[in-house]
Write a protein of this length. Structure first.
Length: 225
């Protein structure tokens, strides 16, 4: 059964595209992607043999082992250039997701759409997307077990430079202000406050960093009004 986080990822995939689920784990997202459109090509890939075996078992039990390919490989190394139009990467750190995309430019350059759900490193990932000519077309928030997750849909295109708040909170989320937006902002402030508390225990060399964190907290507090 798919949780709201992975449902949001699946809903962002263009309906007619071929798609790869990178870091598939048990293959639940790959199954949902095929259920949405059984004409689409779906590839489930993972670095490790254990998740690949689990995905094959789940996909077989669902009756889709002839329709969904399971491959073991390091990120996009499991794909060939032009094989899919869309890549989903969910449940990893934002920097790792960017590193996966950067590691295989021959594959990434042929993609039309990215659907990303980073666990952290949102600022880094959005900055990478901008630097590499990916336009953040849409964003969603989903809450599972008390945690709010960000889901990003990016397509090829040029965008205006993102300001600091947009990098952290998401340019589309700031515009849309969805139901979970205030909680999303408060969570980011809480994380920064933990950093601030740690820095306040430090020596004089932390003053510049402390001032930076306090300025960022003040910036984000403006989005809770």
């Amino acid at each position: 059964m798919l949780d709201d986080r992975l449902k949001a990822v699946a809903e962002f995939v263009p309906i007619s595209d071929s798609v790869a689920d990178i870091g598939t784990d048990h293959g639940y997202l790959a199954i949902e992607l095929f259920k949405i459109n059984n004409a689409r090509r779906v590839i489930a890939a993972d670095l490790n043999s254990g998740p690949c075996q689990a995905a094959r078992r789940t996909i077989s039990e669902a009756g889709f082992n002839e329709s969904i390919a399971v491959r073991q490989g390091d990120g996009l190394a499991a794909l060939t250039a032009g094989e899919v139009d869309t890549v989903c990467i969910a449940g990893m750190g934002g920097k790792l997701e960017a590193d996966i995309l950067e590691a295989r430019p021959e594959v990434t350059d042929q993609l039309k759409c990215l659907v990303l759900q980073p666990q952290n490193g949102f600022e880094y990932l959005r900055g990478w997307l901008y630097d590499n000519n990916w336009l953040i077309e849409d964003e969603k928030l989903a809450k599972v077990d008390g945690r709010v997750y960000q889901i990003i849909k990016a397509v090829r295109g040029m965008a205006e430079p993102l300001n600091e708040a947009e990098l952290i909170l998401g340019p589309v989320l700031i515009k849309k202000r969805p139901e979970l937006f205030t909680e999303h902002v408060q969570n980011n402030i809480a994380q920064l406050d933990k950093i601030r508390q740690g820095l306040q225990k430090g020596g004089s060399h932390t003053k510049e960093k402390l001032a930076e964190i306090e300025a960022r907290i003040k910036l984000l507090e403006g989005y809770t009004l």
